[in-house]
Design a protein around this ligand. Sequence first.
Ligand code: FES
Length: 123
Amino acid sequence: MVMVNEKLKKACTREELENVSFLTRAIHYKKQSVSAIIFLFENNGYAYVNICMHMQRPLNCEQHAIFDETGQYLRCSMHGFVFDPKTGECQSPVCLGQRLQALRLQEIDSVFYFAEKHLTLNA
Ligand code: FES
């Protein structure tokens, strides 16, 4: 049994992520109330602040989806900018090289926790 550090905040279980393409969680991060997107990619968990750097919209603002049709790239549903799921780096010319704000996840016993000091969960 691994002791869970009390600074970790539970995001979701691996099982929950296995059943959907992504989840969102309401969080407070660096003085802002935002949502986080959480997903599995190549069997690893990733999380980002759900704000596209293009026009500050959530990636799923127009559609309930954050991946493109190939499943290999994140895609903002507002104007279609695409991102590397592993780094959050934008692949589209206007914002090329800019990154979504990554949130560290830690997995303990098939449960993912946010491992960010300046993050709290919103109800
Ligand atoms: S707001 Fe995301 S692509 Fe424009």
